[in-house]
Ligand binder design. Structure first.
Ligand SMILES: [Cu+2]
Length: 122
């Protein structure tokens, strides 16, 4: 329980750095960084929604939230692999899913607010 919460918090903290940090401490603009912002430009780039493909295993389903808990692999440019809960954009995405299903899914990151916008069972 506590460990899971820590994982989720560290995940949120990772997201928060580029999204809501006013002054990133060591972020030179000429340094090669794995940040996904290479294609974005302009001051609005940080708030533009971005989608990331991911794979994982369903750990819990909460149609009422709606949300889904997923043990996911590394999501390049977003976060390392971990188990965490994601909000989903539509409860219908959870239809037909069961715990332990292997899924391909899409995470949308909008100014640090993440949610799953697509799920495909493998
Ligand atoms: Cu995560």
């Amino acid at each position: 329980m506590t460990r899971k919460l820590l994982l989720m918090l560290s995940c949120l903290a990772l997201l928060c750095l580029p999204a809501c940090g006013g002054n990133p401490p060591t972020h030179g603009n000429s340094t090669a960084s794995p940040s996904p912002s290479t294609a974005a430009s302009g001051p609005d780039a940080a708030v533009a929604p971005r989608s990331y493909p991911a794979v994982g295993t369903v750990k819990a389903l909460n149609p009422k939230a709606p949300s889904i808990e997923i043990e996911h692999g590394d999501i390049e440019g977003l976060m390392p692999g971990m188990q965490m809960e994601f909000d989903v954009s539509d409860a219908a995405l959870l239809n037909g899913l069961q715990v332990n299903d292997q899924i391909d899914f899409t995470v949308e990151d909008r100014a640090g607010i993440m949610r799953v916008t697509a799920i495909k069972k493998k």
